[in-house]
Design a protein around this ligand. Sequence first.
Ligand SMILES: *Cc1c(COP(=O)(O)O)cnc(C)c1O
Length: 425
Amino acid sequence: MAVIEKQQSEKAMALEARYGAHNYHPLPVVLSKGEGVYVWDVDGRKYYDFLSAYSAVNQGHCHPKIIGALTRQAQELTLTSRAFYNDKLGEYEKFLCGYFAYDKVLPMNTGAEAVETAIKLARKWGYEKKGIQEGKAKVIVCLNNFHGRTITIISASNDPVATENFGPFTPGIVPIPYNDLEALEAAMGSDVAAFLVEPIQGEAGVNVPDADYMKRAHEICKAHNVLLMADEVQTGIARTGRLLASCGNCACPEKNCSGTPEVKPDVLILGKAISGGVLPVSAVLADDRIMEVIRPGNHGSTFGGNPLACAVATAALQVVAEERLAEKADELGRLFREKMQEIVETSDLVRLVRGKGLLNAIVIDDSEDSSTAWDICLALKENGLLAKPTHGNIIRFAPPLVMTREQLLDCVGIIRKTLREFQKA
Ligand SMILES: *Cc1c(COP(=O)(O)O)cnc(C)c1O
């Protein structure tokens, strides 16, 4: 039996290797089921999911309320395109605007599309409202960012793996160091339309900036009439212990936020967990003074704002509020870092733990091109926990936010045991 099952997972991996483009390097585990904080492989082995599909599955796998909304709506109407109205979009847009306290939303599908949309919006605003000379608009970005994979977005990347041989690139992008307000001030000018920034750099290895970074960056932007555009595709929707990592005066239901509100970005970019990882749903939110530059025909998407996505995203955001996931992420995150800190202090293998809420990472005490972090992830998998290195020697830990305290402590036990075994080996 075990041999047959082994063959099953090997077959699935071989099929991907043979027929799929090799644009990922997955951990060798083939999953076939998910529920809450758990996933199961084809051999029936159960794992804690400590990646949550890059924070798309904050509400846990196959949340019954979200799947209920999906299956109900799937039997009524899935797609009309925006050539016609549908009975779900307006209600959803109203709900979203209330939830995040913005005047308007532009619905898209993937995170990359939402970032592209934000850049287009910023440029158009720059020409029509700020009076930037035609063709001159600039967008400031940060080094080591991750905003997605389109040509324009990788034009803002300094990761050679993501950019090599994909040129020519989109002009008008100005990179500055992250968490550097002086560099931001120096980059400002009359032709700058926007500053695009992650409140915490997730892919770069969970880089947490100074506590007042977003607030002071916003002040600099305001002083120069530049839009602050927060890419909260990964940090948003309760992941970092508040509804948004750069959360401003949101009027979200149930006072969903914890922590002090810092700033309301001029343009808010959401994706991933806005659908609980069920469908590709993304959104760009802004107030009328910005969004009004978009007129019919300027921008669009066949699937953006489809009724199925509207029903799913509404349910997914209701779950975040009802189950107080921001508070949970905050509490569990503190507990997790406290426990991990104890491990750091007794381990030669782990240099440090950092993060906010349940978006955390450990830095392995080895060079960036070593395979140690990867090998630790393989060992964690053997012990029933799935995580993946972000960059070389950094492992991100981002479980679904529906985790219980007991489950989290169980996971800390697995990590402790694995690192100990690894140290001996
Ligand atoms: C994942 C991610 C994106 C891109 O989202 P896709 O849905 O993969 O296109 C953009 N920005 C950030 C911060 C992300 O983490």
